[in-house]
Design a protein around this ligand. Structure first.
Ligand SMILES: [Zn+2]
Ligand SMILES: [Zn+2]
Length: 157
C-alpha cells in the first residue's frame, strides 16, 4: 500500500472500520480527482472494478463522518473533495449560476486571508471552528466571456 493511503487505513481502523478494497478505490478516485465529484460520478469512474453504487454510498458516508472528505451541496446534490491529508488547505468555493461549475478559490494569499478570517471569528466570539463553508456564487470567467460575446452579437444585429 502506498504511503499516502496508510494514514487513511490507520484512521479508519482506529474508528472501527475496515479499509476494504471498495473504500480504497473510492478514496483513490477522490484523491486523484481534480474536481469535486458526486456519488454517481465516482461510481461511473470505478464501474470497471465491479463496485456497486451502494458500496460507494457507504464508503462516502464513512469518509464524511470521519472528516476525510468534505461535502459541498450544489443544487441539492452532494459533491465531495478531500478534506485531510490532501495537501490542499481549507479553501473558498465559487459556484457559477450558469454552468454550475464549482471552482476552488485557493490562491496562497486568499487562503491566508481565509485563515485570518477564521482566527478572527474564533477570537471575537470565543469559539473554536472545526470546519467552514464559504461559497461565492455568480458568473465564472468562461461564462462571462460568453455573455460578453453574445452582447456583442446582439449589438451588431
Ligand atoms: Zn460558468
Ligand atoms: Zn474545493
Amino acid at each position: 500500500m502506498k504511503d499516502d493511503l496508510i494514514s487513511f487505513k490507520k484512521l479508519l481502523e482506529k474508528n472501527g472500520y475496515k479499509f476494504t478494497m471498495g473504500k480504497r478505490i473510492v478514496l483513490k478516485t477522490i484523491l486523484d480527482s481534480k474536481t469535486h465529484l458526486n456519488v454517481k460520478e465516482i461510481y461511473e469512474r470505478i464501474k470497471e472494478y465491479q463496485i456497486g453504487l451502494a458500496t460507494v454510498y457507504r464508503a462516502i458516508k464513512v469518509f464524511n463522518k470521519l472528516g476525510i472528505v468534505k461535502e459541498i451541496n450544489i443544487n441539492g446534490i452532494s459533491y465531495y473533495e478531500m478534506k485531510i491529508f490532501s495537501g490542499k488547505p481549507l479553501h473558498i468555493h465559487f459556484k457559477c449560476f450558469k454552468c454550475n461549475s464549482i471552482i476552488d478559490l485557493d490562491s496562497q494569499s486568499l487562503n491566508f486571508d481565509y485563515l485570518k478570517l477564521n482566527k478572527k471569528v474564533e477570537e471575537e466570539n470565543n469559539i473554536v471552528i472545526y470546519d467552514s463553508n464559504i461559497m461565492f456564487e455568480g458568473l465564472c470567467s468562461k461564462c462571462r466571456e460568453e455573455l460578453k460575446c453574445q452582447d456583442q452579437q446582439n449589438l451588431e444585429e
